[in-house]
Design a protein. Structure first.
Length: 149
């Protein structure tokens, strides 16, 4: 790890009312005593797309390369970025079954968003009282609620 880089803790979550349906994403960025909340939503989406959007938008908010610890409750995001993506890229964004990768637009955006950062991926159990994850969940639901107003 580059000692000159700032370390940022990012907690992300996605929410969807119906799948597909109206969805929201939320991210809590923590750097020392500083916090930033981000959220947004889309009218017709899926939970997986919102989970991906949370990470993409959080990384987009960083102004310079950082050491980032991303906390997610999404096995889809975690396994996609750490296990499946190298194979998808090698196969021209196709799965092992030679089918197009679902949500390829967001996977490519996430791949680009991670390029300039040193990232550690951490899975947290959702809805288990983890403070950062609970806040990200509230933000994701705020993203959905703002659509419905």
């Amino acid at each position: 790890m580059d000692k000159r880089m700032d370390t940022i803790q990012i907690y992300t979550d996605g929410a969807c009312k119906g799948n597909p349906g109206p969805g929201g994403w939320g991210a809590l960025l923590v750097a020392g005593a500083n916090e930033k909340e981000l959220y947004g939503g889309q009218a017709n989406t899926t939970n997986n797309r919102m989970e991906l959007m949370a990470v993409i938008e959080a990384l987009a908010a960083l102004k310079r390369p950082c050491h980032v610890v991303i906390h997610t409750d999404s096995q889809y995001v975690l396994k996609g970025i750490t296990e499946w993506m190298p194979g998808w890229k090698a196969k021209g964004w196709k799965t092992a079954a030679r089918a197009p990768v679902k949500n390829v637009d967001l996977w490519q955006a996430l791949d680009a968003a991670t390029a300039k950062h040193q990232i550690e991926w951490r899975w947290v159990k959702g809805h288990s009282g983890h403070a950062g994850n609970e806040r990200a969940d509230l933000l994701a639901n705020r993203g959905v609620d703002n659509l419905e107003q």
